[in-house]
Design a protein around this ligand. Structure first.
Ligand code: CA2
Length: 147
């Protein structure tokens, strides 16, 4: 069975509890439930994780090499700062889809740069929580036919 890891970075545990005008009312638990339902429909095994720690995220990316076929990564603010996460992704040689709830290109200048995009298969941003199942479809398609 194809297995995917959805990995969420710093502060995403606060979703639905603060700044709803920016990030909406949906909690990370709601998103996980939506992804689990979609994974079952698609016949995918799914791990869904969140950490506020860059090192823990890197360790989870390293470990994914032995347990998963691909990764969907919302690295939060580390997207814009972390060469270490970029290097971890390169080291796994697993396909990674970069995901963001918000359209990072329509926001502050510092959010326009992504270290993850350089090593990702593709990027989905701006569709809120609906981006998660979109990214799952994109990753499953990539894993089955390379597109
Ligand atoms: O749009 C996204 O998904 C982001 O990855 C979210 C990050 C942000 O730094 C990126 O530029 C884009 C921030 C996540 C913070 O989430 C919060 C949720 C509720 C309250 C406060 C922060």
């Amino acid at each position: 069975m194809t297995s995917i890891l959805i990995l969420n970075g710093p502060n995403l545990n606060l979703l639905g509890t603060r700044q709803p005008e920016v990030y909406g009312n949906t909690t990370l638990g709601d998103i996980e439930a939506m992804c689990r339902a979609r994974a079952e429909e698609m016949g995918l095994a799914l791990a869904f994780e969140q950490s506020n720690s860059e090192g823990v995220l890197i360790d989870m990316i390293h470990a994914a090499r032995d347990t998963h076929d691909g990764i969907i990564l919302n690295a939060g603010a580390y997207t814009h700062t972390s060469v270490a996460l970029m290097d971890a992704i390169s080291s796994t040689e697993l396909p990674v889809i970069e995901l963001h709830l918000s359209n990072i290109h329509a926001r502050e200048e510092f959010r326009h740069r992504s270290y993850i995009a350089r090593v990702a298969v593709g990027v989905i941003c701006g569709f809120g929580a609906a981006g998660y199942p979109l990214a799952m479809d994109a990753l499953a398609t990539h894993l089955s036919d390379g597109s």
